[in-house]
Design a protein around this ligand. Structure first.
Ligand code: NIG
Ligand code: ZN
Length: 396
């Protein structure tokens, strides 16, 4: 059994209101003890029990590792020209997904694996210690299966998104039959979740319901890409089927907000998408005021949001979605955990995994106050310190 104490923490974000002040349960001059990868003690730094290893935070802020509950990392190629055209005034359309499908199908397993490794390393350096990874750029049985097989080398939170768009040359009805039949059977062993892009230009509500029901029957849990490009039925469908999460939620009616507030479905906000598609940001304050539980995620993908940075998403959510700094950090940690129905990550409290971020600054608010600045000194996963290049360069 190996134990680690993180002491000298100027501001500790436990994420557990019972352990400190406010929504984030913050404490000053604190310490955390992690035994065999699990937090066993939180208290005053001076009273911390001895441990095998010690990390001195030297007055800095420590918070739970980020939980990024929405990412599409198994792909090849990039879509710089599409992004540039959007910044010059073009609108985003779901059809761009097919460009990535062609590049992904042409890539080798090793190329796809290297892409996931590159992006998960980027994420980790920016404080993400739990990530969900979707398929959805294969869109045939063999390429969806290999996407999930590769994703499952990096995370247990794998999501089957065969219903991303109908691939070029396929009949929509026949494709839904494939997704709910042979493709689902082949993919289910590698996936915890199933997702569907319920949107005009992708799958209508009838097709989306068929896909989700079949996936549920196959033992997968559900999440939905909903209400991204215009108002629509995606959020109501997610609530009806008790999906863990309705993601995007960019265009919501009052009924959608009310349905979410009275459901077990988390609204996952993806501000990188509004940023990269020049779309209006959804109103996070409206959701919180109605009692909706929210998560923040990157939606890292080559089309609508090619960022791997949770700190960037926190800063956007504070500036553009009306969240306080505390609400945004909660959404990026315990909110992400709820969106993945995980009760072992997203907080630094006894019983939770020892996943923590040591910032280079004394307060978590700096994540929004100092946007774009690399503020992460150390990332700790399962109680073990993983050095960032910056820390190695400093010879720590
Ligand atoms: N909206 C659907 N899927 C992705 C976009 C994928 C793409 O454009 O390649 C999203 O979450 O934004
Ligand atoms: Zn997505």
């Amino acid at each position: 059994m190996t134990s680690t104490v993180i002491r000298g923490i100027g501001q500790l974000v436990t994420g557990e209101p019972a352990l400190g002040d406010g929504l984030l349960g913050t404490r000053t001059n604190a310490a955390v003890v992690i035994d065999d990868g699990v937090v066993t003690w939180v208290g005053d730094s001076g009273a911390a029990p001895a441990a095998d290893d010690a990390i001195d935070a030297d007055g800095a802020c420590v918070l739970p590792g980020f939980v990024d509950s929405h990412a599409h990392l198994v792909f090849a190629g990039d879509r710089t020209d599409e992004f540039s055209a959007r910044m010059a005034g073009e609108r985003y359309a779901a059809g761009g997904i097919r460009t990535t499908v062609a590049a992904t199908r042409a890539a080798t397993d090793d190329e796809l694996r290297a892409n996931v490794a590159r992006l998960t390393a980027e994420m980790f350096r920016q404080g993400t210690t739990t990530v969900e990874i979707k398929s959805g750029y294969g869109l045939n049985v063999a390429d969806e299966v290999r996407s999930l097989r590769i994703a499952s080398e990096f995370t247990t939170e794998t999501t089957f998104l065969g219903a991303h768009v109908v691939p070029a040359g396929s009949d929509p009805g026949e494709y839904v039959q494939l997704v709910t039949g042979e493709m689902l059977t082949a993919c289910a062993p590698y996936a915890r979740w199933a997702d569907v892009f319920c949107e005009e230009g992708a799958f209508d509500v009838g097709a989306a319901r068929k896909v989700l029901m079949a996936a549920k029957h196959a033992g997968l849990e559900l999440r939905v890409h909903a209400n991204q490009l215009r108002p629509g039925p995606g959020v109501q469908l997610a609530v009806e089927l008790d999906a863990a999460s309705a993601d995007h939620c960019t265009y919501l009616s009052d009924d959608d907000v009310d349905a979410l507030a009275h459901s077990g479905t988390v609204a996952t906000l993806l501000p990188g998408v509004e940023f990269s598609t020049r779309s209006p940001f959804p109103d996070g304050r409206r959701l919180l005021s109605a009692g909706v539980r929210i998560a923040l995620a990157t939606d890292c993908n080559p089309g609508t949001s090619y960022t791997s940075s949770m700190p960037f998403c926190i800063a956007l959510a504070v500036r553009e979605m009306g969240l306080t700094c505390a609400e945004a950090v909660a959404a990026a940690t315990s909110g992400g955990a709820e969106a993945l129905r995980r009760s072992d990550v997203g907080r630094l409290a006894p019983g939770f995994r020892g996943d923590a971020i040591v910032l280079d600054t004394p307060r978590y608010e700096h994540l929004a106050y100092r946007p774009g600045v690399p503020l992460i000194r150390t990332v700790i996963r399962d109680g073990a310190k993983v050095s960032t290049e910056r820390e190695l360069a400093r010879g720590v």
